[in-house]
Design a protein around this ligand. Structure first.
Ligand SMILES: [Zn+2]
Length: 527
């Protein structure tokens, strides 16, 4: 008989692996330390591109990445803020409050995921399941908070609660308490007396504190210690209820973080180039959407030959060279945005299983622009990519300087696992694979630029938000490597996994339950 009957997966938002394991080593997270010693753990679990809450959490919960969600097995969520051009007029999606209708759109995420993948709840369909504060909850039998209005209230409550410490304590405690109710009195939540097989917990307080006060603030660490404390309470209570011996606890994060050197000011730059932000609700026609710009800027444009002003056809590369009323060459002009060092965009002929993503890098000292590209073949499950830089001795992602990574600068196609094995410890881990998956999604931007985190812009759908130096979108190690612990009964081997990826979590957890993952799952089991 299988001895593992329940899985509890906790995502602690916005915690870098180094930070988390440092606190464990300093003895400041004693419950997590205990868990780490009673199962497998990895200090190098690589998250998705971009390192933003969505899509990374969708990738964790579905075990697959984004891609051409209409034609291949993958999910459809490219970013937190993006533009949907398959409808007219296009929709501005934001899982915060900056979208077309300026209301919280987070509950639309379960639709956006698409039907070519499954959530972990759908993969254990016959059993009870609970999602506590986790919005990616398609297929769950119980969701807290129960109703959409309550959900939005809860979301706003966490975001704007006046007394920070009290917010932190209440937000963390409620997560564990609500979960425990489903173990104590299952029949109140489900049709039988069985506790949930799968439970998902989302601790969001850490992310809110990171953006407001920084990962290096006292309150941020205090909060992690409080989450450790409530996890201790959860373990104690599960023990009392007799569930500790057949329950697995998995802990991870969706992304790490970084601090920018400077807050950027776009001023009238875009306008001076004839680029104006689109906004459907305000009836502003515009010719672009700057969907999101922290250290990474995501630009959406429309074809120069519109059928009508309302329809946004995808632009081709030629039109992006003579764009807008001032006929600017965007591949040159966007590099003039202060701090911009990297640029990525897709080829006109790309299809689901074949194509090219172009890469450009500006050398800050000389302003010289170097080129490279990633070529791909295959669908989500058997994707292979080839990464080539104009200067192979000093490539765009810096792999040529790395004793492991340089091996794959060999002009050949490689799988995600091959990229992971040689880049997990480097900056821009798995990028030659992850960038392709991102750009395959028709909801991805036309041009992405990066300041490599040196300058932060804090823009969402063209609007500047409250400025923060503390972000997490870019590909540096600090933002992309997250902790992973999978702990529980003796069936789980006690060992360190040198490296893995966030999509490995779901297949590993399902294997422990004796269940088979959906065919879309890209990750592999770690046990
Ligand atoms: Zn996050």
């Amino acid at each position: 008989m299988n001895k593992i009957n329940q899985i509890i997966l906790c995502i602690i938002d916005d915690v870098s692996s180094d930070h988390f394991f440092n606190l464990i080593n300093k003895g400041r997270l004693l419950n997590f330390k205990k868990l780490m010693k009673s199962g497998i753990f990895s200090t190098s679990c690589i998250t998705d591109f971009p390192a933003i809450t969505f899509p990374t959490q969708v990738s964790i919960i579905t075990g697959t990445y984004t891609g051409d969600y209409r034609n291949e097995l993958c999910h459809g969520v490219p970013m937190y803020d993006w533009m949907e051009r398959s409808v007219s007029p296009p929709i501005l999606r934001s899982y915060g409050t900056y979208g077309s209708d300026e209301r919280v759109q987070i509950y639309k995420i379960n639709e956006d995921i698409g039907n070519k993948c499954q959530t972990i709840f759908e993969m254990v369909d016959e059993g009870n399941s609970a999602s506590i504060a986790q919005f990616i909850n398609r297929g769950t039998k119980y969701f807290f908070p129960e109703r959409k209005t309550k959900l939005i209230m809860y979301y706003l409550f966490i975001k704007y609660y006046k007394n920070i410490k009290e917010m932190m304590i209440r937000a963390n405690t409620i997560i564990v308490k609500e979960l425990l109710k489903t173990f104590k009195t299952p029949s109140e939540f489900f049709e039988n007396q069985e506790p949930p097989i799968i439970s998902l917990l989302w601790f969001v307080s850490s992310d809110l504190l990171m953006h407001s006060f920084g990962y290096d603030s006292k309150i941020y660490e205090l909060n992690l210690r409080h989450i450790d404390k409530v996890m201790g309470y959860l373990i104690e209570e599960l023990d009392k209820l007799g569930y500790l011996d057949d329950t697995v606890l998995a802990i991870t994060s969706d992304h790490g973080n970084y601090k920018a050197n400077k807050i950027g000011n776009m001023g009238l730059f875009l306008r001076s180039k004839g680029l104006t932000q689109y906004h459907p609700r305000k009836n502003i026609k515009g010719n672009m959407d700057l969907a999101e710009f922290g250290g990474l800027g995501f630009f959406y444009f429309k074809s120069n030959n519109p059928i009508s002003k309302k329809i946004w056809k995808y632009p081709n590369l030629e039109s992006l060279k003579v764009y807008g009323p001032k006929k600017v060459n965007l591949f040159q002009e966007l590099f003039k945005i202060d701090g911009t060092e990297l640029m990525y965009y897709k080829d006109d002929e790309n299809s689901t299983d074949k194509g090219i993503i172009y890469l450009k890098r500006k050398i800050p000292e000389t302003n010289k622009i170097e080129s490279g590209y990633i070529e791909y073949r295959g669908n989500s499950k058997d994707l292979k990519t080839k990464y080539v830089s104009e200067n192979q001795n000093n490539d765009i992602f810096g792999y040529s300087d790395d004793a492991l990574a340089f091996k794959l600068l060999d002009n050949k196609f490689h799988s995600i696992q091959e990229w992971l094995d040689v880049t997990y410890h480097a900056n821009y881990p798995i990028y030659p694979d992850l960038l392709i998956r991102h750009f395959k999604n028709p909801r991805s931007a036309d041009i992405i630029i990066s300041t490599k985190g040196k300058i932060a812009y804090n823009i969402k759908h063209g609007r500047e938000r409250r400025s923060s130096y503390y972000l997490h979108d870019i590909g540096l190690r600090r933002s992309t490597v997250v902790p992973l612990i999978i702990a529980g009964p003796d069936e789980i081997p006690q060992r360190e996994i040198s490296h893995c990826k966030i999509t490995d979590i779901v297949p590993t957890l399902l294997k422990l339950l004796g269940k088979t993952p959906h065919k879309s799952v890209v990750g592999k089991t770690l046990i």
